[in-house]
Design a protein around this ligand. Structure first.
Ligand code: LHQ
Length: 274
């Protein structure tokens, strides 16, 4: 069982650790774990801390209650239509600059694999934050909603970059323009997420995957994600140049030596790099 860290159970973000796997649980179930400035700050601080903590080799993100995350909290004064006489300078650019963009960038540059256990509905920025994780596993009853168009906005939190890359332009536009609910099984079928599992198996499946990844050569995993993301912008030759640079670095790592030694000695490798 994961051990609880020293945070109160009514905190908006719960942090637990089981071995080398840290689990971050969005914990505002009465508002379907919608993002407030406080929750966004806590989440980024927790990811920064996990990135800096050598004892963490994989991170799992999930939600408390029946939802994963309903996106930006629409009750937050920051999301009131604007400008108004009381808030003449308010604009969403500031909110995205301060919270969503650093969060999405933090996620895409984590030195360890990040798994998302989507336990229920993931809407708006909640959906795109989930899709920015390295391995997305959803419960059968979970769903994904690009809710933005329904309130006159466009996909954010990296959604415009992620969606067409994950499912192609036609599907991405279908999801973003219509804002319809996409069930987890369909999300898996179109390649939006890695896996859909029965509800009762979600936590155990994701923990097992996270423990497996935590025992693998972490630096190689993070370099793989980075190279994939960069390759999407590059032509074939330049993508291979990036592979060459990363492979050169990995070839000098302890984990490569350990992986080859363990193979030749017919024993289980013990990877240590981060
Ligand atoms: C909520 C929310 C919510 C507050 C449910 N806020 N309370 C935007 C603005 C600016 C810049 C930055 O970027 C963004 C990013 C975004 O994320 S924009 C998109 C914001 N999210 C949405 O538009 C989704 C709004 N929610 C929904 O459409 C539904 O609640 C979904 C489809 C998620 C779930 O539907 P149901 O299962 O039918 O639940 P419900 O609607 O009854 O919600 C349950 C409670 O949660 C309810 O409160 P109550 O006190 O009545 O029980 C909702 O008000 C609350 N809630 N989403 N985003």
């Amino acid at each position: 069982m994961p051990q609880s860290a020293a945070v109160p159970s009514d905190a908006p973000l719960l942090i637990t650790q089981d071995g080398a796997v840290q689990t971050l649980t969005l914990n505002r179930p009465s508002a379907l774990n919608a993002f407030t400035a406080e929750l966004l700050t806590l989440l980024r601080e927790a990811l920064d801390a996990a990135a800096a903590d050598a004892s963490v080799r994989a991170v799992v993100i999930t939600g408390a209650g029946r939802a994963f995350c309903a996106g930006q909290d629409l009750n937050d004064p920051m999301t009131r239509p604007h400008p108004t006489p009381e808030a003449p300078d308010q604009h969403f650019g500031a909110l995205l600059d301060k919270h969503y963009q650093p969060l999405a960038l933090r996620l895409s540059s984590m030195p360890v694999p990040v798994l998302c256990a989507v336990n229920g509905v993931a809407a708006g920025a909640g959906a795109n934050f989930a899709l920015g994780c390295d391995l997305v596993v959803a419960a059968q009853s979970a769903s994904f909603i690009q809710a933005f168009s329904k309130i006159g906005l466009l996909p954010d939190c990296g959604g415009t970059w992620l969606l067409p890359r994950l499912v192609g332009r036609a599907r991405a536009l279908q999801l973003a323009l219509l804002g319809d609910k996409l069930g987890a099984a369909d999300a898996q079928q179109i390649g939006l997420i890695a896996q859909c599992v029965p509800d009762a198996e979600l936590a155990a499946t994701v923990q097992a995957l996270a423990q497996k990844l935590a025992a693998m050569p972490t630096r190689a995993l993070a370099q793989t994600r980075r190279a994939f993301d960069r390759a999407l912008q590059l032509d074939f030759e330049d993508a291979m140049r990036i592979e060459c640079q990363a492979q050169t670095e990995l070839g000098r790592s302890f984990d490569f030596q350990e992986g080859v030694s363990a193979f030749l000695q017919k024993r289980k490798p013990v990877f240590q790099d981060r």
